[in-house]
Design a binder for this molecule. Sequence first.
Ligand code: TMP
Length: 210
Amino acid sequence: MRAVTPGLFISLEGIDGSGKSTQAKGLAAWLRRQGRDPVLTREPGGAPGAEEIRRLLVEGDPDRWSPETEILLFTAARRDHLERTIRPALAAGRDVITDRFADSTRVYQGATRGDLRGLVDDIHARVIGIEPDLTLILDIDPEIALARGLARRSGEDRFEDFGLAFQKKLHEGFRALARQAPRRCVLIDANRATEAIAADIIACVAKRLG
Ligand code: TMP
């Protein structure tokens, strides 16, 4: 069954421990209550091959990969995710909510360990070439977020293990992105209760759905 309006492609972004995954689930539930049929997915991952690449990226020593190698691996996972999950869902008229997309590469790989943004943008243009309709950036104090992320001890802590200075750079990087792409990106104050954050997210999405 096709949705009443075409599927929206929404990404949630933010530093580790910003609460994206909880909010992504809440948004999917809200869209279902509106009679829509969203696909909830994530990066790195979101398709079987991409999930295999995820393990290479999020586990192990922080210095396991150079930023350049990371860009290639994240992009390989994204291409698989796009081919197998995102494009088929959008083509069927479904909404797609992804917990992270290309902005994570722009910030984590492009703006924290030297200026690799040009490389990220070139590769993105050649093999991905799509942006979300709406990107919700959960903006949270890096100290609170890092404490939360590490408390989870998920075994996927490779990026948390870069430490607070790294998380602060990421925080600035996401804010800079929001300034660069103001029509697509909305900064959401994530230093608040889950329900207050969810209400802002729903208001933004409801506006885009008209
Ligand atoms: P997650 O914890 O939000 O599932 O994301 C896994 C880690 O991968 C997280 O620390 C952010 C990092 N990451 C990048 O460095 N670049 C990317 O392009 C993506 C999608 C994630």
